[in-house]
Design a protein around this ligand. Structure first.
Ligand code: ZN
Length: 361
């Protein structure tokens, strides 16, 4: 066998050496630097499985985040990278207008964080929505203006003037964390007036780590679009850990995957809110979406033996009679359930104390 060595031409030997050295884990840059891995970790992205509705694409979005340009701890680029890595489809940068503790070291132009985030989003093919948070004490509280053109013009003494300016720019305005800071989700006269005047269009059902069941009642009463957002100030990993779908999100049912598509869907109220495996929102949308998540194959119609395939990454828990069944994400569950029997989805909410109830088949 030794003799075969002399059979290979010198060039082939060097080509083989080059191949091995290029594709081995440690790449020899020079005697002092051995590159271990070429690709950085932020090149990885979760794939979140959420079915689409007929005529609509399901987009995973976070409409409330902060950067170092207000009281956040990261740059706009990090915020965008986090959202991309978490498998989202869009993120909004919503720095406080009135609260900027790092203003000594950041740019005085209030549009700067949006500009940096949008530029970075374009470079990686990710949708970034320009926003700002109008930050006042209750009763009016905090409101995010999304899809705005010029944040500088929102710096007004009267918060209603700021909202009016945002709406003039075409903004979708949402009332943030109505249950903060006083543990009450009271809807004040000012909000009722602003809703009536079409100056508030949405409200957070979920913010950061808390949710406000009463807001589901407002959803019905006021027609406001329901939102669920991280309101992230630190890093997603700090707050939620590194698990898949740890961060809350707003599911948007858009006619197209674009900023324009998201905006149209928000104004039309086509959202559900997903947080810690709880799915909440308006009943008609929730019914349609859950029906798309679970495909039923009938095995024995007479005996009611079925296989329920969960096409989503949401774990559904259903109750009927004495039965409690978990429909695990991306798995098929075999169960016995008679046709047209209504089941209660204990992780899906349509009202303050109302769960989604519908038959599986
Ligand atoms: Zn905020």
């Amino acid at each position: 066998m030794q003799i075969s060595r002399f059979f290979y031409p010198k060039q082939a030997f060097f080509a083989a050496f080059l191949f091995v050295s290029t594709f081995s884990f440690s790449q020899l840059r020079n005697a002092e630097v051995h590159k271990y891995i070429e690709k950085i970790q932020s090149s990885y992205r979760e794939i979140i499985h959420m079915p689409n509705l007929d005529g609509y694409v399901t987009l995973k979005c976070d409409f409330h985040t902060h950067t170092v340009f207000s009281d956040g701890q990261v740059t706009p680029m990090v915020r965008v990278n986090e959202a991309w890595s978490d498998g989202l489809d869009a993120v909004a940068i919503t720095d406080h207008i009135e609260y900027r503790p790092f203003k000594d070291i950041t740019n005085p132009d209030f549009n700067k964080s949006n500009e940096m985030a949008v530029k970075h989003g374009e470079s990686i093919g990710f949708i970034v929505i320009k926003g700002a948070e109008i930050t006042r004490k209750k009763p009016i509280g905090h409101l995010n203006a999304l899809f705005i053109e010029d944040v500088n013009k929102l710096k007004q003494d009267d918060p209603v003037d700021a909202i009016k300016e945002a709406v003039k720019q075409g903004a979708f305005v949402m009332w943030n964390h109505p249950g903060w800071p006083n543990d009450s989700t009271t809807i004040y006269d000012i909000h009722r007036q602003l809703i009536k005047d079409k100056l508030i269009h949405g409200v957070e059902l979920f913010n950061a780590k808390e949710w406000y069941p009463r807001v589901l009642s407002w959803g019905k009463e006021t027609g406001l679009t329901l939102m669920g957002n991280s309101d992230m100030h630190h890093t997603i990993r700090n707050n939620y850990g590194g698990e898949k779908m740890a961060r809350p999100m707003t599911l948007v049912f858009a006619k197209e995957k674009s900023e324009k598509g998201i905006k149209e869907a928000l104004f039309d109220g086509r959202t559900l809110v997903l947080f810690f495996n709880i799915l909440a929102g308006k009943e008609d949308l929730l019914k349609k979406f859950v029906a798309k998540c679970i495909d039923v194959k009938v095995i024995d119609k007479k005996k009611g033996v079925i296989e329920a395939a969960n096409n989503s990454d949401i774990e559904f828990t259903i109750k009927y009679g004495d039965n409690l069944v978990i429909l695990a994400p991306d798995k098929v569950t075999r169960l016995t359930l008679e046709q047209k029997k209504e089941v209660l989805f204990s992780n899906c909410y349509t009202g303050e104390e109302e769960n989604l109830v519908m038959p599986l088949w």
